[in-house]
Design a protein around this ligand. Structure first.
Ligand code: DOR
Ligand code: ZN
Length: 344
């Protein structure tokens, strides 16, 4: 096969930031994607409907003339979240989900949840109104090794939380382990999982062998090869519970290449070429459309996009190594392999 046409894809987990960074990175996603679930971990975080509405306007203002890109907004769950404000924003169609960060788990998560009992009434309201909860699934306990944080979160937090809140729809964001893939598969219609582009390509060796590679540092951190293979199997399986959420997370190079570097891989620019390469390697090009364009809308109860996107195979395609912003550069994820699929 040398050409493939799929429904226009969506990104079900994206960081666009704000200000100059937003201006620089929004067109990178809007070029290929029709919609994206926008993460609310700004500083300060997006916690109210009014803030989500204002952020949405700032995103729309950065889009190129004629862009059809639609940002799907989220609220950042805190221990003070107002369930009525949340329900109103959901009923108005302004927000499509709420994001749960355990406090301290990742970038700008300080306002996240420490005591999960305090958010129980909000979660019950979300179950009642059908608003999905997007979960950053890592425990933050000092005694848990960083490579085990996802698997422990499923047992200690996620499964009890789901059992206690029947009907709550949950997306396990950016799963990185075989345990995450297995749990997502076992959860029925109310459970889904996003998988990033980079976790299909890198294992922890990519980050740590032959010198530390800050551009491959993200959270949850890439795991052993057996887990990457489990994610590849899940993503290319065509099963409805798995869909694309790039977690494309831009940081200035200065913030990445530091003694305490930020977590995040910036994949918005070349994601579709990488995915086509990955799915082709696994003999599953026919499953790419489900993963990138169909399974996500089905989970969120949204229509599939009407437009299409065509990828053509040929000589290796090159992408810019960096995206320039007035404050500095953002390095585009290097997949460490030639990419042969060009987005037409
Ligand atoms: O690598 C990551 N970067 N993981 C996250 O959970 C947050 C994100 C960011 O905002 O930079
Ligand atoms: Zn993220």
């Amino acid at each position: 096969m040398t050409q493939i046409t799929i429904r226009r894809p969506d990104d079900w987990h994206l960081h666009l930031r704000d200000g100059n960074m937003l201006q620089a990175v929004a067109p990178e996603t809007a070029r290929h994607f029709e919609r994206a679930i926008i993460m609310p971990n700004l500083v300060p975080p997006v916690v109210t409907g009014a803030q989500a509405s204002a952020y949405r306007d700032r995103i729309l203002a950065t889009l190129p003339e004629g862009s059809r890109f639609e940002p799907l907004m989220t609220l950042y769950l805190t221990e003070d979240t107002d369930a009525e404000d949340l329900a109103r924003a959901h009923a108005d169609g302004l927000i499509k989900a709420v994001k749960l960060y355990p406090a301290g788990a990742t970038t700008n998560s300080a306002s996240g949840v420490k005591n999960f009992d305090t958010v129980r009434p909000v979660l019950e309201k979300m179950a009642e109104i059908g608003c999905p909860l997007c979960v950053h699934g890592e425990v933050v306990d000092d005694d848990i090794d960083i490579f085990d944080r996802e698997a422990v979160f499923i047992d200690r937090i996620l499964d009890p939380l789901r059992q206690a809140t029947p009907g709550l729809r949950v997306v396990m964001e950016h799963i990185t382990t075989a345990q995450g893939a297995a749990y997502a598969r076992s959860g029925g219609k109310d459970l889904g999982a996003t998988i990033t582009t980079h976790h299909l390509v890198i294992n922890r060796n990519a980050m740590l062998v032959g010198g530390i590679k800050p551009h491959y540092y993200c959270l949850p951190v890439a795991k052993r090869e057996e887990h990457r293979l489990a994610l590849r199997k899940a993503a290319t399986s065509g099963e409805a519970c798995y869909f694309l959420g790039t977690d494309s997370a831009p940081h200035l190079d200065g913030a990445k290449l530091s003694a305490c570097g930020c977590a995040g891989c910036f994949t918005a620019t070349n994601t579709l070429s990488i995915l086509a390469e990955v799915f082709e390697q696994d003999g599953a090009l026919d499953k790419l459309e489900g993963f990138a364009s169909l399974n996500g809308p089905a989970f969120y109860g949204l229509p599939v996009n009407t437009g299409t996107l065509t990828l053509t195979k040929g000589d290796p395609v090159t992408y810019p190594e960096k995206i320039v912003t007035p404050e500095g550069d953002v390095t585009v994820f290097d997949p460490m392999m030639p990419l042969h699929w060009r987005v037409d």
